[in-house]
Write a protein that binds this ligand. Structure first.
Ligand code: MRU
Length: 352
């Protein structure tokens, strides 16, 4: 088993989901085996597996894990267990649409499978999860190719949170753009926002970039303006958790400030995301549900109390960058530019 694969399914329909526990990085690279659906749910909720595409893949496999509770003899009970498993996994995190996209894909398949045998359905549902996993890998590589064309040798770039191999099947979305540019012989210098409060930039992105020997510099989130003012950054690329029909994009808290700063300094701000991250059922970012997380993530991060006991805390995990701040959205199908509803629909709309 490859130690650095973010998500692995081991075995057949009676197998298990194996994940890198990302809460332990960068100090420890170790894996957790999810053999029941509660463990899958907890892994998503607690960010052991995180990043929009990775959450979707994990949830898709999680359905197969949930179905292991049900035997093959009673078809009605099996499909009740399917509905319960999908509904339960959908409660783990609210913002990344990839979670709901993956579960809806299984629900649509389930509707076709109900007339057949339970054993055949079990196999088909696992195969669909594996397909979601493989497709994500391909999408990431395609995003890298489209995005790398927007960058030039010698540029400084900035990213926020982690949209790398750890957040996807492999290679990432925003980081895929940097990895591909590097493979093409372009030397970049990546500025990595540490990404308060859970430090996905410091713990995960810096780790991934160092593993690939890409020149990188870690900064506190509050330093981005100064770094831009000093002329060190020529482009910003981040991932996304949900993109509305008009191009408004939700991503990790702090992304919106980076986009505003980029605009103020005349620096292009790009979103890199697969088509599975678009939610065309909503018109604008105002309709994107924003996850609110525990106050301890801010007051007691990583085991040390850093605020007075009892202080009031607000901890939204994501924010929405309005389309007007986004120079282009890089998808596996091509680059959406300018970012308008018309161009979003032309690239990822239902007729494509
Ligand atoms: O809370 P997280 O760590 O799951 O947030 C992840 C992000 O915001 C990523 O930038 C986003 O999911 C894109 S991952 C390719």
């Amino acid at each position: 088993m490859a130690d650095n694969e973010t998500i692995i399914w081991t075995g057949g329909t009676d197998g298990h989901l194996d994940l890198i526990d990302q809460t332990l990085l960068p100090n420890e690279l170790s894996r957790i085996a999810c053999r029941d659906i509660e463990t899958v749910w907890e892994a998503i909720k607690m960010l052991r597996v995180r990043g929009a595409p990775a959450i979707g893949i994990a949830a898709a496999y999680g359905v197969t894990v949930g179905l292991q509770k049900s035997g093959d003899d009673d078809s009605e009970k099996f499909w009740q267990c399917f509905d319960k498993s999908a509904d339960y996994l959908a409660t783990s995190r609210p913002t990344a649409v990839n979670l709901f996209w993956a579960l809806d894909r299984l629900r649509a398949l389930a509707a076709e499978l109900k007339s057949g045998s339970v054993a055949a359905a079990r196999t088909a549902l696992l195969e669909e999860a594996q397909k979601i996993h493989t497709e994500d890998r391909d999408m990431c590589h395609a995003i890298g190719k489209h995005g790398a064309a927007l960058l030039s040798d010698g540029q400084g770039v900035l990213t926020h949170c982690n949209a790398g191999g750890l957040a996807t099947a492999e290679y990432g979305t925003a980081l895929s753009v940097f990895f591909t540019a590097q493979d093409q012989g372009k030397n970049l210098h990546v500025f990595v926002d540490e990404t308060r409060p859970l430090l996905q930039g410091a713990r995960l992105t810096a780790w991934e970039l160092m593993q690939r020997k890409i020149k990188s510099t870690l900064i506190c989130d509050s330093m981005a303006a100064q770094v831009m003012r000093e002329g060190k950054v020529q482009a910003v690329v981040t991932g996304a958790d949900r993109i509305a029909a008009n191009g408004d994009s939700a991503n990790k808290i702090g992304t919106y400030s980076v986009a505003v700063l980029a605009k103020a300094h005349g620096i292009p701000f790009y979103i890199a995301a697969p088509s599975s991250t678009f939610d065309l059922s909503i018109e604008s970012g105002d309709e994107i549900p924003i996850e609110l997380r525990n106050s301890e993530e801010i007051t007691n991060g990583f085991g040390k109390q850093t605020a007075p006991t009892g202080v009031e805390v607000y901890n939204p995990a994501f924010d929405v960058t309005p389309a007007e701040y986004i120079e282009a959205i890089i998808t596996e199908r091509g680059v959406i530019k300018p970012v308008t509803k018309e161009h979003v629909m032309a690239m990822v709309g239902p007729s494509n």
